[in-house]
Design a protein around this ligand. Structure first.
Ligand code: AMP
Ligand code: MG
Length: 373
């Protein structure tokens, strides 16, 4: 479904939202990354919240406390609940840090760096957890015809957003020859064979020395999913995790516990939509997150693997899905595919919806997105 003039129709809701004074965004500089999603709790229920910097992003955890314990006459019951929520948030913070240590391509001792260092050489043993995420990344590459490709890195690393310079065309042409997700070979031990011990680990190998991988478009979403899992295991069913462009909210739908505000890609103090959400991940990829302008041309951090240049068919892409790692990776994939191919991909997928702002600032929505507004 293509909607023109959508912006006008959402003005009243938007104004009401802005007047609540809940926006904490501000105009970004080139190096800064504005929050792309805002959360508005819809009830006065008390919550335990923490605002921390993790994976180079501002992350806000919030756990809503159980009504029953709050109305209990015993103050120790509500103290206990607060302490449990604080502990669950501590665990979620540790989990983000653990995932960064495991998956960051910038940390020389991470599993991802070990795969990169051995590119063109031997396969390296990796955790089952990373193996599964790499399998998912491959699946998204296949679904998106290589628009999402974690081996974007050979071209990606030529772009320096602090120096704000455009690489030589020749360098880019050479670099894109080394982008190919099929060069990452994944092998798992045969779990059912008697010969394979339970302790055997899966392996990964990059088949060419000039190819390397980076999980910047999927790892943060994965960390959000893991934090959500920890909160549920701790017995909480109403919470939010807001990691910049990647967010998950849990809670009762009918009471509209959460509303997710989707940032306007050009006017940072405005929202495009205000989405009631429950048990849902919402991720946004935007060309305003990291970019520079050179000769009137905007260059952003999402690379089209086929050209080696930043993708420029969209200003922003928001994806709703059940899991945050899917939403995260698909937002990047659809951003590269552009509005028409991106929308076609989302319409084929169950349980996934999108709101795309194209390069002209027009809003395009998948059929199920509008019905949620
Ligand atoms: P996101 O903000 O989730 O769209 O992720 C952007 C980040 O993903 C970039 O900073 C890169 O680390 C990485 N990236 C850029 N282009 C691609 C691509 N085509 N496929 C996969 N990852 C990418
Ligand atoms: Mg992403």
């Amino acid at each position: 479904m293509r909607l023109r003039g959508f912006r006008a129709s959402i003005q009243p809701a938007l104004l009401a939202f802005c007047l609540t004074g809940l926006l904490f965004g501000h105009s970004p500089t080139h190096a800064e990354r504005p929050a792309t999603q805002y959360l508005q709790p819809q009830t006065r229920q008390p919550a335990v919240s923490r605002d921390v910097s993790l994976m180079s992003t501002r992350v806000v955890f919030s756990i809503v406390l159980d009504q029953a314990s709050l109305h209990s006459t015993s103050s120790s019951s509500s103290d206990k609940n607060t302490a449990r929520a604080e502990k669950a948030i501590d665990q979620a913070i540790n989990e983000f840090q653990r995932i960064e240590t495991l998956m960051s391509e910038w940390r020389p001792d991470s599993e991802v760096s070990r795969i990169n260092h051995n590119a063109g050489g031997d396969a390296v043993e990796i955790s089952v957890e990373l193996f599964r995420l790499l399998q998912a990344a491959r699946q998204i590459s296949e679904l998106s015809d290589g628009a999402f490709d974690i081996s974007f890195r050979s071209a990606g690393k030529l772009w320096d957003f602090r120096k704000a310079t455009v690489p030589e065309q020749e360098q880019i042409q050479q670099a894109i020859q080394h982008i190919d997700y099929r060069r990452l070979e994944l092998s798992a031990p045969a779990m059912d064979s008697e010969a394979s011990g339970q302790d055997e680990l899966p392996k990964a190998r990059i088949s060419h020395p000039n190819t390397s991988i980076g999980l910047g478009a999927i790892a943060k979403g994965y960390a959000v999913d893991r934090a959500a899992q920890l909160f549920r295991q701790a017995g909480f069913d109403a919470f939010s995790i807001n990691a910049g462009g990647d967010l998950y909210v849990a809670g009762r739908k009918d009471e509209n516990l959460w509303k997710v505000g989707i940032q306007h890609p050009r006017e940072y103090d405005r929202l495009l939509a205000n989405l009631p959400a429950s048990n849902l991940a919402v991720a946004t990829s935007g060309d305003y997150e990291r970019f520079f302008i050179h000769n009137d041309q905007r260059y952003n951090h999402i690379i089209n693997p086929h050209t080696g240049y930043p993708a420029n068919g969209c200003q922003s892409v928001t994806i709703m899905a059940e899991r945050a790692f899917w939403a995260d990776a698909l937002a990047t994939a659809v951003f590269v595919l552009g509005p028409s191919k991106g929308l076609a991909l989302v319409e084929k997928m169950n349980g996934v919806e999108t709101l795309i702002v194209d390069d002209q600032g027009e809003v395009v929505m998948s059929s199920g997105f509008q019905s949620t507004l």
